[in-house]
Design a protein around this ligand. Sequence first.
Ligand SMILES: Cc1ncc(COP(=O)(O)O)c(C=O)c1O
Length: 421
Amino acid sequence: MNFPIEAVRGKFPALSLTDKGRRRIYLDNPAGTQVPRAVADAVSNCLLNTNANLGGFFETTVAAQDVVDGAHAAMADFLGAAGPEEIIIGANMTTLTFHLSRTLGRSMKPGDEIIVTRMDHEGNVSPWLQLAEDLGLVVRFLPFDERSWQVEEEALKALLSEKTRLVALNYASNLTGSINRVQALTAIARAAGALVYVDAVQFAPHGSIDVQQLGCDFLACSAYKFFGPHMGIVWGRRAVIDTLKPYKCRCSSNGLPERFELGTPQIELMAGLSAAVDYFADLGAAAGEGGSRRQRIARAFEVSIAYENALAQKLIDGLSDIDGLTIRGITDPKRLSERVPTVSFTVDGIAPETIVRQMNSENIFLWSGHNYAWEIVHQLGIPAEQGVVRIGIAHYNTSAEIDETLESVHRVIAMLRQQRA
Ligand SMILES: Cc1ncc(COP(=O)(O)O)c(C=O)c1O
């Protein structure tokens, strides 16, 4: 089936907004996507009709509990969890990862080793580095291969030892866009006795996730990157989280997942989270009859991946024509399935921010900088204060938008070069 781009765009009110008569092109998606009307409606409906705290016996508190339970069940379907008790919901990926790192640290001792990558966003690096600092752990940095743009199995094997307690890995990079072979890397780490914590924040909008197949112990993502509200989610394998004692109030529930969810939850955002998951399921229903919610979600990704890849290839081809422009990631058309459609580049002699500011003034929304992929820019020798230009496609972008963006990149670079000459 062809991707129903017009029907999809019709669901996102923000896509038809203009500023002083000028259309918007949203290519800032790796930093956060727009939301379907159903997501905003669900948040609003929860606040207006069922706004209450949890744990009582009256109408609204019971309805609020249904919202919370619904969000956990939705994310269990989205990630392929064994059940909703494995789904921990909180402020965002970074906050949850700091929280879980402290919890995991309770059973670590000085001299234990942890592995972090040079490909991860700081949200999956800093929590572990600071834990190591507090506890006297040894940190080993796992580089990515600058030809494949991925973390290689052999490089991981070289760092593992009988003292390795945890490996923090990323699924897809928010800068290069490359996807790691998480299943293979996880098998190696687990065979060495280490826990595996996967950051799937950038993968989640672009592909179906199956935590059982990946075999990891934790997997984190953020709803605002996949058309939902600003909040984070961590899946934790039941056999592992059952044994953990998180920092929490003495009198709060020891059940799962409540033990890990501190204070009053973001109930209205959870309503939006369920709506975001259902948005994918509806897209999958349009692509084929029947199936469970999880099966429909998987079908949605089957159609969106092909659509996104075509846009990514067009973008990569168009950028590759520009002299002095270097794409920092996979460009081989045969390897498109090994990347998400986030394309970053640098241009000889021109600061990324200068390009981005000019394109922003044309209402093309995109980012420059290191985007917290702090380790990547350092490994590549890119000045961190400059970083890259990042163009991030979501499945609601169009081929015409990519044409317009490419025309703008060509023109802006030519203009900046002329100014310098
Ligand atoms: C790959 C990756 N990991 C982690 C994060 C942090 O997510 P959050 O904002 O939910 O803390 C981001 C945010 O951009 C990201 O791109």
